[in-house]
Design a protein around this ligand. Structure first.
Ligand code: MG
Length: 171
């Protein structure tokens, strides 16, 4: 059984994860428009991951006998300055999501809600990967610059990315 407060904050987190998907799709659309299909693919796959995060919380709330209630998702920013700008904004956004996960964890600890603590641990680890992923791309992009052969190589590399849902047990 989840407390009202935890249930409500977990529902709010579903919104943040779905907003993340929406935001990454806005970045994909910008990059597709720039003719960068590989970079766009990176963000489309990222959006799939975010939907997976949202559904993971959805399933957890249900397993705990709670009620999933959807909230309004705000309009994401649609305009970006450059390729590196999309990754910098992604990193900022993931840092915000990490803070949200830590906040949820603090509530769960306060309530001694061990099942939720265990569940949230997966997200704590996931956020380390998400932030690192964005940081790595910011570094690579800073090296190669926005124009030139390096960008084409990165675009080709990122076109290969596919969404692989984590296996049950791992997840
Ligand atoms: Mg997420």
């Amino acid at each position: 059984m989840l407390s009202e407060r935890l249930q409500s904050e977990l529902n709010e987190q579903i919104k943040h994860e779905l907003f993340s998907a929406y935001y990454y799709l806005a970045m994909a659309a910008y990059l597709d428009n720039e003719g960068l299909e590989g970079f766009a693919n990176f963000f489309k796959v990222q959006a799939e991951e975010e939907k997976f995060h949202a559904m993971k919380i959805y399933n957890f709330i249900n397993e705990k006998g709670g009620r999933v209630l959807f909230q309004a998702i705000e309009q994401p920013e649609n305009q970006f300055e450059s390729i590196i700008d999309t990754f910098k904004k992604s990193l900022e956004h993931e840092q915000f999501v990490t803070k949200r996960i830590y906040y949820l964890m603090e509530l769960a600890i306060e309530e001694k809600e061990h099942a939720t603590i265990s569940f949230l641990n997966w997200f704590v680890d996931e956020q380390v990967e998400e932030e690192n992923l964005m940081e790595t791309h910011i570094q690579k992009l800073a090296r190669v610059g926005e124009e030139g052969p390096g960008i084409i190589m990165l675009d080709t590399e990122l076109a290969q990315r596919t969404f692989v849902p984590p296996a049950e047990g791992e997840a």
